[in-house]
Design a protein around this ligand. Structure first.
Ligand code: C2E
Ligand code: CA
Ligand code: CA
Length: 436
């Protein structure tokens, strides 16, 4: 019934129909099925890794075999397609969601068997999004959109397959709306930066402040950076965000330089910033332009960045260190960085993740982790900061364990610049009070 040229409708690598053919097939089949129809989007989880490490030929072979395996899980009346890249689709009639889920499981099982690529055997996995007609869409385009949302949900939850739910839609529209708003907010200068003090636990002197991005959305109100930083990363806005926070932070540091010449500022870097070869030059230029000594700037990189250190990341970090900027490993303890990684990189500081600090007085394990991290940091010649210091007792315990700096609500909340300046003046006026 579908009469279009084979070449225009099929993917030449796998021989499977393409997206246009798939949509047309769904369009023609929808009115004629008396059962439910399940639309599956199948996205491979580690394809890029195979392609990058084993080469394009191996990647192509893998895609051919994936196509054949998906096809092998289907009946003659069903349709499998390749949409391009490592994205595949399938559509078939089912009685209900349970049957759709079961058939998705069969496909996952098939794709989790190792693939023989000649030179090597590789194991991959797939994330599958399922949408059901007519409940989750009346047209092919609507069904694919629902399946796409479900597929991202599966990826996010690290589950093999996910069935569309209307709540996913809500998240998506909020996310999409936010994306446009974030772009506008950045351009209109609606983002702000708050500064949270880090104090020397021995002398109570302020050593530095951490810059934390703040966004007050005209409708949604305060939006957490835990929400909008990932949106910025996905939308390609992270460089703009980083430049903005960097410029604000250096401007702020410049303003307190005459009165507090030793108080530094720490800026968070996204892992994505560390693939940008321009970063060291941007940082050096900005420091010179504003007139802040490089030693007063700390760049916080996540432990994730340290673990995934590619030659390029290492090069960028070395150039940053050469400028005289300090590097700090944020959220330390949440990843699995090795001593080898830590020693190889020009790091000055470890920041113990607040999940350990918050519970260290109650949880013996957390106390052990905090203590070992302090010792590890000191043995490698780093200074150690504890974040999430909420109480005086925690502060005292950290001091007893030899931790250098503390940061948290128990010391000060993140403050707007004008309040920070007042806070800094008060802290400088107070007598240096060594902790007990
Ligand atoms: P982070 O780098 O771990 O920043 C510390 C977070 O802990 C901040 O949350 C801070 O407000 C919060 N915090 C401080 N003291 C305490 C405490 O005593 N108890 C508890 N429970 N929390 C405390 P915030 O501002 O919501 O930032 C969340 C995350 O967003 C940051 O985590 C950082 O990863 C990211 N972020 C914030 N600003 C930026 C930015 O300009 N660029 C990038 N790339 N990421 C940013
Ligand atoms: Ca941080
Ligand atoms: Ca942190």
């Amino acid at each position: 019934h579908v009469q279009i040229q084979h070449a225009a409708t099929h993917d030449h690598l796998t021989g499977l129909p393409n997206r246009a053919y798939f949509e047309e097939w769904v369009h023609q089949t929808l009115p004629r099925t008396d059962r439910g129809l399940a639309v599956l989007l199948i996205d491979l989880d580690r394809f890029k890794e195979v392609n990058d490490t084993l080469g394009h030929r191996a990647g192509d072979t893998l895609l051919e075999q994936v196509g054949a395996r998906i096809r092998g899980c289907l009946d003659d009346d069903d349709l499998a397609a390749r949409f391009g890249g490592d994205e595949f689709a399938a559509v078939f009639a089912v009685a209900d969601q349970r049957e759709a889920q079961r058939r998705a499981d069969v496909i996952s099982d098939a794709l989790e068997q190792p693939f023989d690529l000649g030179e090597s055997m590789v194991a991959i996995a797939a994330s599958i999004g399922i949408a059901m007609a007519p409940g989750h869409g009346m047209t092919a385009a609507e069904l694919l959109r629902s399946a796409d949302l479900a597929m991202y949900d599966a990826k996010r939850r690290h589950s093999r397959a996910s069935i569309y739910e209307s709540s996913l839609d809500g998240n998506d529209s909020v996310r999409l709306a936010m994306l446009g708003d974030l772009r506008d907010a950045l351009h209109a200068g609606q983002l702000e930066v708050a500064f949270q003090p880090q104090v020397d636990l021995r002398t109570s002197r302020v050593a530095a402040v951490e810059a934390l991005a703040r966004w007050t959305h005209p409708v949604h109100g305060h939006v957490s950076p835990e929400v909008f930083v990932p949106v910025a990363e996905q939308a390609g806005l992270i460089e703009e965000l980083t430049s903005f926070v960097l410029a604000e932070s250096l401007g702020a540091a410049r303003s307190w330089l005459p009165t507090h010449p030793d108080v530094g500022v720490a800026v968070n870097l996204s892992p994505l910033s560390l693939v940008n070869e321009d970063l060291p030059r941007v940082v050096a230029t900005e420091l010179a332009r504003v007139g802040v000594p490089p030693r007063l700037l700390t760049l916080e990189i996540t432990e994730q960045t340290v673990i995934g250190d590619t030659p390029r990341t290492v090069r960028i970090l070395e150039q940053l260190a050469a400028i005289g900027v300090r590097l700090s490993v944020d959220d330390f303890g949440t990843g699995h960085s090795s001593l080898v990684n830590l020693r190889r990189l020009p790091i000055s500081e470890l920041k113990i993740d607040r999940s350990f600090v918050g519970g260290m007085l109650q949880e013996r394990n957390d106390d052990v982790i905090v203590r070992s991290t302090i010792d590890l940091g000191h043995n490698l010649g780093f200074s150690v900061v504890a974040e999430g210091v909420e109480t005086t007792e925690t502060k005292h315990r950290l001091h007893a364990l030899g931790c250098d700096l503390g940061q948290g609500f128990g010391i000060s909340r993140p403050l707007p610049l004008d309040e920070l300046i007042v806070w800094l003046a008060a802290a400088a006026a107070a007598p240096a009070n060594p902790s007990p």
